[in-house]
Each structure stands twice: as structure tokens, then as C-alpha cells.
Ligand binder design. Structure first.
Ligand SMILES: Cc1cc2nc3c(=O)[nH]c(=O)nc-3n(C[C@H](O)[C@H](O)[C@H](O)COP(=O)(O)OP(=O)(O)OC[C@H]3O[C@@H](n4cnc5c(N)ncnc54)[C@H](O)[C@@H]3O)c2cc1C
Length: 543
């Protein structure tokens, strides 16, 4: 049995943020995640680092929090943020009175919203609706959830924290009304284990109600599903918001080489396997073309969905659940001691943008309960140290200037140094496994041999291979072939890993099959059936 002071449950932005917060304060902590890191909403979201402008009218407290955290994350986590800037645009037919109300609310919240002419907006973003009536610049940005989660864990580990993925909490153990540990299943080995602890922090997002119930506590979480569409290039270079009351299909976020349009809001039973319906997809395309004419004719790579964990303070049994858009985006920090269970803390709700603040407040409560006197350091201590110009120069021995910069941003200083070490020994490993996302063999092999992963998709999330236009058709076979040659697994496992990977990619493709995307999938199918003789796997997985 392992022992720690604090057990953090949940490997999303909130849980990993808490782990880092505690580790930097010198608190002994373990994080457990039932799947791989960022399995939940922290990877199934829009990718918008909010300036707060979206919430200025309806939720001023969230707006203020977002404004402050936006500035902090741009400073401490530059490697995870693409500081694109944002535009709010008023379209014909939308309420012009709302624009004034919004502008005044932004001023009250301290958000820097600056009007520019329609002509200037169209010069900056030529794809936008040419009939737009007003436009405002705001400090919105794009943020990479995977990179953020991994950076938090990397920093926490340096300060002594432990992390176990594919480890699910099944039971919370109580002694005399206080938490004393948890029983877990190691899903890799199928074994049960226990961790003894003084406190548990429940950071399981849309699963938070279930964890609270394991300790006999009530917690009302509204699960609000949102669907998103990924276009195969950057439709706009800035985040674009439609200037009206928050609704469906009113934001486009550029993410690396692609753009994401969203979202919808549909109340669902729980967080498992959220998928996008054709109705949602049609609605998004219909609304998206108001912002960008012809958007519905552009190529959609995939759809995906996530579940917002919205905390409802008074939503006890028997009450009607509220509509997702009506619930405030503020977060809740709950000490279940008030419900008679000492040592259990839940932190839930909020936004990915405010994860650090959520972690700070949870960390403060943990320290108070442990009697540990240490201040929070996460607002000042850089999360992902940036690469140096000298490193970029060395990288350019192997890659072109743009590729070097892309890799440098993805890896950060420490990981890049490691990669440079490998390339210094085996320069030929600069060859790309994935051209779309520029993932080289050295990076793939290093991630595959150096960390704990179970599925090929876990390596995809660490490197981004398979996320581009071919959606794994070419690069997945290359990757698995190389790792098999390296002796990481036998042939049977190689085939299973590949089939599972293709199935996962297929889940996001199947609702968006028309035009070029349909041609691409038919091509992928023929590659795997005819070239790799994958008939059995295709049947098993319904490819
Ligand atoms: C469609 C959509 C769009 C969004 N867009 C934005 C946006 O643009 N900007 C923004 O700031 N926010 C956005 N959000 C909100 C944001 O994504 C979430 O608030 C945030 O990611 C929640 O993070 P979390 O760590 O609390 O939860 P999660 O990321 O869901 O993490 C919880 C983790 O707990 C794990 N877990 C659950 N049960 C157990 C168990 N028994 N044992 C071990 N582990 C367990 C889960 O596997 C999961 O990985 C969006 C949300 C949605 C749904």
C-alpha cells in the first residue's frame, strides 16, 4: 500500500493544475487518472483561452477571472498558447443594442475591447462575412489542452509528485467520518490496489458527482455536451466570436494547422462517449456560414464532442435541471466536511482558462486542512520554459526554419534538448513519420519508449501524429511498423493497436463524410483493406 498526504483524482487541466500547485508548495501528492491524461473535457474542448469578453454581459465574475488568468497563462505557459488575438463581429440581423451593452460590460470587467473598422476587420480576416457591421479586437488566444496538461505533470514530477494513469478510483475509504484512502483498479494489469492519504481532491469534472457519491456525498453536476467541427486548415488566423448573446456555432478558433467551429449545448446523462449528432453538425455548419460565407462547403476533417461539468448549487433531487447555457461558468470549491465527510474536497465547473486559479484555491484549502504553511507559486513560476535561440539554431541543422519553430513550440526547452541529443547521435531519425504535423521518428520513438502508454492514441496526443489531413491513413501504419521493428510489441499487438487507432479516428470521421473527406476515407479504407490485408480488423471494428 502506497501512502501520500493528498490523492488528486482526475488527470485533466484541473487535476494536473492542482498536482503542480501542491508539488510547488512542497506537499506530497499523487494523481490518478482512469484513462490517459487529458482523456476528459480538457482535450474535448474548443481551445479558446478566453479574454473574458464572451462572459462580460452574462457572467461578469467569470469574465474577470478569465481576463486575469488569460494574462497569467500567456506569461507562464507561452509554449501552450498561440497568442492569435480575437475579434468580436456584429453581423446583419444581430441586435446592435447588445454591442453597446457588451462594450460597457467589457469596460467594467477591465477587458481591453477596441473597435476597429469593418474594412480593417476584413483586411485582417478576409474570410469573414463582408457584410459585418462592427468589429472589436480582444485579447482572446488559442490554447493546447494536451500540452498544458503534460506541462503541469512534467513540472509537478520535477517537484516530487507521482502520477498513475489507467488507474481508476472505485471506492473511497472512510474512517470515523474522515477520508483515509482509496481503492483503485490498475486497468493495465487488472489489479486492485490501495492508496492511503489524509485528503482527497476530487477534480473529475463531469464525473465529480460520481466520486462524491463514493463517499456518500451529494453533488449536482449538469452534464452539458458541446459538439465541434475541425476544418482542415486555419479558416481564420484569429479567434472569431459572433457579437451576440452566447449561443451555438458562434466561435471559430484556429488550432495549429486547423480551425475549430463550435459549439452546441445539449444536456446529457453523463460524460461517457460523447458523440456529435448529424443535427448538431448541420446546425453548426448553418450558423458557421453566417460568420464565414461558404464555410459549409469547406473540408471538415472530423467532429468531436465534450461534456461541460456545470455545477448547480441548488440542483437537489427532484429539481428540474437548468439549460447548459443558463448555468454560470464560475467554478465551485466544495469542502465535503460540511456534509459530514472530512478530508474530501471537490473542485468543479469553471473553464479550462481558469484551471490555474481553481488549482490555487483548492491548494489553499488543502494547505489549511493539512496545517501546511506555503504560498501558491503557480502564477509566477514558468510552466514550460521556452526554447533558447541557440537551441533553434541547432535544430535547424536537421529541419527547415518553420518546422524548427513548430517543434520548438511543441516541445519546450527541456524536451527539445532531449530530442537534440537523440538527433545528435542518430541524425537520420529526423525523417518524418507524420508530415502533416511534422512528427519525426526520433520524437515518436522517444515518447514510445520513455513513457507509459497503452494505446497508439496516447502517443498521438503526446506528439500530434495522425491529427492532420490524412487522419492517420499514412502515418499510423508507418508509426506502428517502426515501433514493431524496434521490438516494442509483437505482431498481434501491432495489428490490434493499429485497428483500434483507426477505429478511434473513424469515430470522428463518420458523421462528416461528404465531398473530399468522403474520398479521403474511401482511400484510407482501400489502403488498409488492400495493402495491409485488414479485412478481419475492419469487420471487428466496423471500419
Ligand atoms: C464543447 C466544450 C467546449 C469548451 N470550450 C472551452 C474553451 O474554449 N475554453 C475554455 O477555457 N474552456 C472550455 N470548455 C470548458 C473546459 O474544457 C472544462 O472546463 C475543463 O476542461 C474541465 O477540466 P477538468 O480537469 O475539470 O475535467 P476533465 O478534463 O474532464 O478531467 C477529469 C478527469 O477525471 C477522470 N476521472 C473521472 N472519474 C475517475 C475515476 N473514478 N478515477 C480516476 N479518474 C477519473 C476523467 O477520466 C477525466 O480525465 C469547453 C467545454 C466543452 C464541453
Amino acid at each position: 500500500m502506497e501512502k501520500t498526504d493528498v490523492l488528486v483524482i482526475g488527470g485533466g487541466a484541473t487535476g494536473t493544475g492542482i498536482l503542480r500547485d501542491l508539488a510547488l508548495r512542497g506537499v506530497d501528492a499523487i494523481l490518478v487518472e482512469q484513462q490517459d491524461l487529458a482523456y476528459g473535457t480538457s482535450s474535448r474542448f474548443h481551445g479558446l483561452l478566453h479574454s473574458g469578453a464572451r462572459y462580460a454581459v452574462g457572467d461578469p465574475e467569470s469574465a474577470r477571472e478569465c481576463r486575469e488568468e488569460n494574462a497569467i497563462l500567456k506569461r507562464i505557459a507561452r509554449g501552450c498558447v498561440d497568442d492569435t488575438g480575437g475579434l468580436f463581429v456584429l453581423l446583419p440581423g444581430d441586435d446592435p443594442g447588445y454591442a453597446e451593452e457588451w462594450l460597457a460590460a467589457c469596460r467594467r470587467a477591465g477587458i481591453n475591447a477596441r473597435e476597429i473598422s469593418a474594412a480593417e476587420a476584413l483586411r485582417l480576416e478576409p474570410s469573414l462575412n463582408p457584410a459585418l457591421e462592427r468589429a472589436f479586437r480582444v485579447p482572446d488566444a488559442s490554447i493546447n489542452g494536451f500540452a498544458l496538461v503534460w506541462a503541469n505533470v512534467g513540472s509537478a514530477a520535477v517537484h516530487g509528485a507521482r502520477v498513475y494513469t489507467y488507474t481508476k478510483v472505485d471506492r473511497i475509504i472512510l474512517r470515523d467520518g474522515a477520508v483515509s484512502g482509496a481503492q483503485l483498479t490498475d486497468l493495465r494489469k487488472g489489479e486492485q490496489r490501495r492508496i492511503e492519504c489524509r485528503l482527497i481532491v476530487n477534480a473529475t469534472g463531469a464525473w465529480a458527482g460520481r466520486i462524491a457519491r463514493l463517499a456518500g456525498c451529494e453533488l449536482s453536476i449538469l452534464a452539458s455536451k458541446g459538439s465541434l467541427l475541425v476544418f482542415n486548415h486555419r479558416v481564420t488566423n484569429r479567434v472569431v466570436n459572433r457579437l451576440r448573446r452566447p449561443g451555438d456555432g458562434d466561435i471559430i478558433v484556429p488550432q495549429d494547422t486547423v480551425a475549430v467551429l463550435g459549439t452546441t449545448s445539449v444536456t446529457v446523462d453523463g460524460p461517457e462517449h460523447p458523440g456529435s449528432s448529424r443535427t448538431e453538425i448541420d446546425r453548426l455548419l448553418l450558423l458557421g456560414r453566417d460568420l464565414v460565407p461558404g464555410l459549409d462547403e469547406r473540408r471538415v476533417l472530423r467532429s468531436f464532442a465534450g461534456v461541460r461539468p456545470l455545477y448547480q448549487e441548488s440542483g437537489g433531487a427532484g429539481e428540474q435541471p437548468a439549460d447548459g447555457r443558463a448555468v454560470a461558468r464560475q467554478f465551485a470549491l466544495i469542502d465535503h466536511g460540511r456534509q459530514g465527510v472530512r478530508g474530501l474536497i471537490t473542485v468543479v465547473g469553471g473553464k479550462l482558462t481558469t484551471y490555474r486559479l481553481m488549482a490555487e484555491q483548492a491548494g489553499n484549502l488543502v494547505c489549511t486542512q493539512l496545517g501546511h504553511d506555503a504560498a501558491c507559486r503557480t502564477a509566477d513560476e514558468v510552466l514550460l520554459p521556452e526554447v533558447t535561440p541557440a537551441q533553434i539554431k541547432r535544430l535547424q541543422r536537421y529541419f527547415s526554419f518553420p518546422v524548427s519553430h513548430k517543434l520548438a513550440k511543441r516541445l519546450g526547452r527541456a524536451d527539445l534538448e532531449h530530442l537534440l541529443g537523440i538527433l545528435g547521435r542518430d541524425g537520420w531519425k529526423r525523417q518524418f513519420v507524420c508530415e502533416c504535423e511534422q512528427v519525426c521518428l526520433a520524437e515518436l520513438e522517444w515518447r514510445a519508449t520513455g513513457g507509459s502508454w497503452l494505446r497508439l492514441g496516447d502517443l498521438r496526443c503526446r506528439t500530434r501524429f495522425g491529427m492532420g489531413t490524412c487522419q492517420g491513413t499514412i502515418c499510423a501504419a508507418r508509426a506502428i511498423g517502426q515501433l514493431y521493428q524496434d521490438g516494442l510489441f509483437d505482431l498481434g499487438r501491432a495489428r490490434r493497436l493499429l485497428a483500434e487507432f483507426l477505429d478511434e479516428r473513424w469515430m470522428g470521421n463518420r458523421e462528416v463524410l461528404w465531398g473530399d473527406q468522403l474520398r479521403e476515407r474511401l482511400y484510407a479504407r482501400s489502403v488498409y483493406l488492400n495493402l495491409h490485408n485488414f479485412q478481419k480488423e475492419a469487420d471487428d471494428y466496423g471500419l
